[in-house]
Design a binder for this molecule. Sequence first.
Ligand code: HEC
Ligand code: HEC
Length: 102
Amino acid sequence: KDLYYTYISPSIDTPEKFEAKRAHMAQNIWREMKANDSHTCRSCHRDDKMDPNLQSEKAKVRHAKAKVDGKTCIECHFAIAHKEPEGPGPAELFETAAAKPE
Ligand code: HEC
Ligand code: HEC
């Protein structure tokens, strides 16, 4: 299903059409991952197995703050495997969504 909608759908069958839709597709994935608490990440990175004492000082501080603020992985870690598309990132996106519920 992912392959079909991401790569084979006729509306994005050229690199130009794909690039034009990339931001929109990325934003849909971010929304999905925010809603499911970054389920995909957690299938490998188990929260209960992450030892803050083995993390960098920066990671330790931010992860502790993330717990307090109720932030999920994708809100900070995005565009890791793919270059970031044009347009708003998760932070801007979710602020907008919170201010203007759909
Ligand atoms: C299929 C398993 C898997 C999934 C799914 C996965 N990761 Fe990872 N991740 C790894 C492994 C393995 C490493 C260590 C790679 C290495 O050290 O070369 C890693 C490394 C990382 C790192 C550290 C990179 C660095 O440069 O030190 C971050 C941050 C990270 N993952 C975040 C995420 C986030 C966020 C998600 C969800 C969007 C995610 N990962 C999904 C397996 C996974
Ligand atoms: C509030 C922002 C934030 C959230 C939310 C967050 N992280 Fe991180 N994470 C960071 C920062 C900042 C670093 C350190 C990056 C650096 O040192 O360059 C980091 C580092 C990491 C690393 C590398 C560990 C290390 O020692 O550098 C992994 C793996 C990782 N995060 C996984 C996750 C996973 C999985 C989640 C969700 C359960 C998550 N993070 C949620 C900000 C966040």
